[in-house]
Design a protein around this ligand. Structure first.
Ligand code: HEC
Length: 109
């Protein structure tokens, strides 16, 4: 185990093949059951909009998936292992950020 506080680094960062495997894992682990198709948000938050409740660094997102989060995010570390968490993160990083952030005010017509 790494000492606590060590920043984590995704060994697959930017690998398109791994991102596709992550998309399949996202569905088979039923992440999409809570986070919606394409991780666009359902009972769990949107994971592709570039906004994060618990931080968006590799280390933060790894912790969210590996250990879970208090308001309804189960821990998946024991299910997919550290390697599987990185595969999932590689998929999430491949999602295109929306052109229009949902928090923006609507233009007056
Ligand atoms: C049972 C429903 C459920 C499932 C299944 C689920 N999530 Fe979540 N997830 C949530 C909820 C609800 C939150 C928000 C938790 C909070 O605010 O404390 C969350 C939070 C997260 C976060 C942190 C988001 C942020 O803004 O910081 C990540 C990353 C995440 N989930 C990824 C995943 C992945 C990957 C999977 C599949 C392996 C998954 N989730 C499966 C419900 C779920």
């Amino acid at each position: 185990m790494l000492p606590p506080g060590t920043p984590l680094h995704n060994p697959y960062g930017g690998d398109a093949t791994v991102a596709r495997a992550g998309a399949a894992l996202f569905t088979s682990m039923n992440c999409d059951g809570c986070h919606g198709a394409d991780a666009s948000g359902w009972v769990g938050p949107d994971l592709g909009d570039g906004r994060w409740r618990y931080g968006g660094s590799d280390t933060d997102v790894f912790r969210s998936i590996f250990y879970g989060r208090p308001k309804g995010m189960p821990a998946f570390g024991g299910v997919v292992g550290a390697d599987g968490v990185w595969v999932l993160i590689t998929y999430l990083r491949s999602l295109p950020a929306p052109a229009d952030e949902p928090t923006e005010s609507w233009p007056q017509r």
